[in-house]
Design a protein around this ligand. Structure first.
Ligand code: OFO
Length: 169
């Protein structure tokens, strides 16, 4: 049985993962309308990944005798001025998510819930990968600058990059 504090923290994380999925879906849609086909495919996949992160939490809460709350979501940003702006937003968002996951892990230790602590380690590892990937993407974009040929190649190559920690990159 989950302690109330843990259930609350996990439900908060469910909302964060759902919001991540929604934000990346909006980013994917924007990229698609800008003719950035590779970037949009990458972001659609990333959005699906976040939904999977949310589902894993929903099922964990229910399995442990809690009640998962499916949250209401607000409308994410619809327009970006550039790819660097978009990916910087994504990186900042992932840094925020990592902080929230660390808080959750800390609550598990305070409450001596070692099962949830163990479950959360997957998310800790995932965040390291996602932050590293977002930083690599930002480095690439900073190198490319406004070079059109470089941006074309970036958009072509990013489609093949996987955000899933288990599939590798
Ligand atoms: Fe962005 O990764 Fe979920 O947790």
């Amino acid at each position: 049985m989950l302690k109330e504090k843990i259930e609350e923290a996990l439900n908060k994380q469910i909302k964060i993962e759902a919001e991540s999925s929604q934000i990346y879906l909006a980013m994917a849609s924007w990229a698609e309308t800008e003719g950035l086909g590779g970037t949009s495919q990458f972001l659609y996949k990333h959005s699906d990944e976040e939904r999977m992160h949310m589902l894993k939490l929903v099922q964990y809460v229910n399995e442990r005798g809690g009640k998962a709350l499916i949250p209401q979501l607000s409308q994410p940003e619809k327009v970006y001025n550039s790819l660097p702006e978009l990916f910087q937003t994504l990186l900042n968002h992932e840094i925020m998510v990592s902080g929230e996951i660390n808080n959750l892990v800390d609550i598990c230790l305070q409450e001596k819930d070692y099962t949830t602590h163990n479950f959360m380690q997957w998310y800790v590892a995932e965040q390291i990968e996602e932050e590293a990937l977002a930083r690599t993407i930002m480095d690439k974009l900073n190198m490319i600058g406004s070079d059109k040929g470089g941006l074309y190649l970036f958009d072509r190559d990013i489609e093949g990059i996987s955000v899933n920690v288990e599939q590798g990159k």
